[in-house]
Design a binder for this molecule. Structure first.
Ligand code: DGP
Length: 113
């Protein structure tokens, strides 16, 4: 989608530190890391947020989870990490393209703030 930062990263039009990619998903390091390891896992196709996903996206949502596992392995944090999506502004979503944050490398508090 025009004017979507993450679509541009997926298309290679904006640089990012890519740590995993396949035909449907791409993972890259967050510009503003909140943990020693902080990657974002996104579908290449523009879906604004998790609640915008439809029945036909079920396979893609599964692929995102597997992409997160591969990202965790690549970053060598598969033993302990958090995978979270902010769905909607009040939940902290600032980029309107579905993304999962993978956070690791420090003690992660629960409940999150
Ligand atoms: P959220 O607040 O859940 O929508 O997370 C958006 C994240 O995206 C935030 O942690 C910062 C990151 N981010 C925003 N713009 C860019 C960018 O151009 N490149 C990268 N690598 N990360 C970005």
């Amino acid at each position: 989608m025009a004017d979507c930062i993450f679509c541009k990263i997926a298309a290679g039009e904006i640089n990012a530190r890519v740590v995993y990619e396949d035909a449907d998903t791409i993972a890259f390091l967050d510009l503003n890391p909140q943990a020693p390891a902080h990657a974002l896992i996104i579908p290449r196709r523009h879906i604004p947020r998790l609640t915008a996903a439809e029945d036909g996206d079920a396979e893609l949502l599964g692929k995102l989870q597997l992409a997160a596992v591969r990202t965790a392995k690549f970053l060598k944090v598969e033993g302990a990490f958090r995978l979270v999506t902010n769905n909607g502004k009040a939940a902290g979503q600032s980029v309107d393209h579905l993304h999962y944050h993978l956070l690791a490398g420090r003690k992660l508090l629960w409940p999150p703030g």
